[in-house]
Design a protein around this ligand. Structure first.
Ligand code: SF4
Length: 360
């Protein structure tokens, strides 16, 4: 019936037609601009959307939740993104770098706790040269050949990414933050180039990485049109992983007084992402858990299937302060895994010991 087209053109939030639209999206249909406005605007029963996203996730991944051990290797960064607490211009940020042996000790601890993916994340710190990172990746892969290594070290040149891939890195996370060039330039300093960021993601995919992009919801100057650009970019790039979290201000940044993104809008974007990328790996982010005590669980129920507890040495966790009140203890800490498993089980899912590779 062509009632769907007529109804969505009229921006109808009617239940039956929204269900039909969700089904079509999960089968590959690309919504029109007016449909995207309706979907992102959320003036319909969002519980319906979350249920559909959850059903799509269960169809491909069952109840499994994959865990990633997050090791924050450096809080130094050469960049000055306006929203970030460890931007180079923040003179109050506490800086540290983890020595190689300490990174390996984190992996050893994580392996014992059941982690089969280690995520090395840091600011763009030139101390971690291409060779140094390649050496660390090689050592981790030698010791833990059954584990995946994910890198999240920002923008580098294609040759650098290639060297790390040759060393054994499996995945790379690089949030694009916004797929609107105009918006990108409002939240980054002039020396950062939107085209370069996007090119990095294409390079990573071409090299063979399981590639992750992602964006903040509710960042300054972001509106519906910017979020539509994000969704269209996801459809184009077809990433293996997508990190979506609410914008949370950090008091020592130019956006320190801006309002944070909302839980409902973040869950909506997460669920819509599950519909258009049914096989993607989508974390219930730390930021989601930071803005609401049940944020993680809600994320899982809206289509997320990954959690990333913190495996960094406890002494430095508080220093990797990307935004205010970032969680790094309790369930967020790798040592809190038992409690995390219970919470995940209570939400209707199960934490598994598995590399958790993408099905894409
Ligand atoms: S968002 Fe990333 S690149 Fe930008 S300042 Fe923060 S750590 Fe550096």
């Amino acid at each position: 019936m062509n009632g769907l087209k007529q109804q969505t053109d009229l921006l109808s939030p009617d239940k039956e037609h929204m269900e039909e639209l969700f089904d079509k999206m999960a089968a590959g249909y690309e919504p029109s601009v007016s449909e995207w406005r309706l979907l992102i605007g959320g003036a319909y029963d969002r519980a319906l959307l979350y249920r559909k996203a959850d059903a799509v996730r269960r169809q491909h991944y069952g109840r499994d939740v994959y865990i990633r051990g997050l090791i924050e290797i450096s809080s130094y960064c050469r960049n000055d993104c306006y929203y970030c607490g460890i931007r180079r211009g923040n003179v109050h940020a506490r800086r540290y770098r983890l020595p190689e042996e300490e990174i390996l000790a984190c992996c050893e601890n994580g392996y014992g706790l059941g982690f089969r993916t280690f995520v090395l994340q840091g600011g763009e710190d030139i101390f971690f040269t291409t060779k140094r990172v390649a050496g660390i990746v090689r050592r981790i892969k030698e010791r833990y050949p059954d584990c995946a290594v994910t890198l999240s070290l920002g923008e580098r040149e294609r040759e650098d990414y290639e060297e790390w891939y040759q060393a054994g890195a499996d995945r790379y996370l690089l949030r694009h933050e916004t797929a609107s060039k105009e918006h990108y330039e409002k939240i980054h300093p002039p020396e950062l180039c939107y085209e370069h960021r996007i090119q990095c993601l294409w390079n990573l995919k071409q090299i063979g990485y399981q590639t992750g992009c992602g964006f903040m919801v509710g960042s300054p100057y972001q509106g519906t049109e910017e979020l539509i650009a994000d969704m269209r970019f996801l459809r184009e790039l077809q990433p293996h992983m997508v990190g979506i979290g609410p914008f949370i201000p950090h008091h020592d940044t130019p956006f320190g007084a801006c309002a944070q993104g909302s839980l409902a809008q973040t869950l909506t974007m997460l669920a819509l992402t599950r519909l258009i990328l049914p096989k993607a790996l989508i974390p219930a982010t730390t930021a989601l858990g930071t803005i609401h005590p049940q944020g993680r669980e809600w994320g899982l129920k809206a289509g997320a299937n990954v959690v990333m507890p913190n495996l960094s040495p406890p002494g430095v966790r508080g220093q990797y302060s990307l935004y205010d009140h970032k969680l790094c203890t309790g369930d967020e800490a790798a040592e809190g895994m038992e409690h995390m498993k219970c919470r995940v089980a209570d939400a209707g899912y199960r934490v598994v010991v598995d590399r958790g590779d993408s099905l894409c």
